[in-house]
Write a protein that binds this ligand. Sequence first.
Ligand code: SF4
Ligand code: MG
Length: 323
Amino acid sequence: NETVLDVKDLKTYFYLDDNQVAKAVDDVDLTVRAGETVALVGESGSGKSITSLSIMQLINKPGKIVNGEISLLGRNLLELTDKQMTKVRGNDVAMIFQEPMTALNPVYTVGNQIMEVLRKHKNMSKKQARQRAIDLLKLVGFPRAEETVNEYPHQLSGGMRQRAMIAIAISCDPKLLIADEPTTALDVTIQAQILDLMSEMKDRLDMGLLLITHDLGVVAEYADRVLVMYGGQIVEQAPKRHLFKDPKHPYTEGLLESLPSVHKEEERLGTIKGTVPPAHKFPKGCRFSSRCPHAMEKCFETNPELMDLDHERAVRCYLYTED
Ligand code: SF4
Ligand code: MG
């Protein structure tokens, strides 16, 4: 399948007071192909959201993209003007956030918000845009779309608001959909409905889906490929089936051990001890060394590179290097 998103050597740094630099995203490579769901997984503070905001170019001061290439359908987004990027956002790439109430405008009807996107990007007449809004609302599962189109966000439940967000996101047929913890704020049963809907839309529109989550249950259900992020870097990359069957990086192992379903009770270690160090205080060597049960002397000296194990898998850890 065609590569939709190709990110290379992305570095997004935050320049703090007293000359400290938080390397929130530090040399990240990632690709997403059409029709594929790539999960970016890690604890909060690992750099997942900053990665997605960097792709959308929604990084504000004191943050800055200091290096890299972000190609969407072969176009390097970092070379576009603000005006060109505004056209790309919503049209070629769309994003769904955790809390739809903050992303939806409370003073406009759901229909108006979809129509605004269509009129901005697709030059539709008011009448055409209204009809398309109704069709989109039907597509994402509103049974009475002709009425919903006139309703305000507060008249909808949390799950229905997230459906409305999906309608807005897909309204211009984007090639890439980025979903950042899209269901974290919802009940478990509604979560599955929303993720099923996103997955169905991804197939139907042949989009790439970049799914950002801390929830390995979601990854197990929906991802094709998984990138595990820690300390602003990818530490492991694998097709889903390999990752769950045979995790390589000690951090991935720790994440999987905290999943209740995969281990017997007596083997469970609970969650990994400690927390992700803040991005301006990463350890000198391997960024996971302060929490790793396998840390060796060299782990505290230099940070390992991300190394290919085969053409599908890569890991950043000295346990897999020779010597
Ligand atoms: Fe642990 Fe060392 Fe591997 Fe880092 S490089 S994950 S500290 S064993
Ligand atoms: Mg986040």
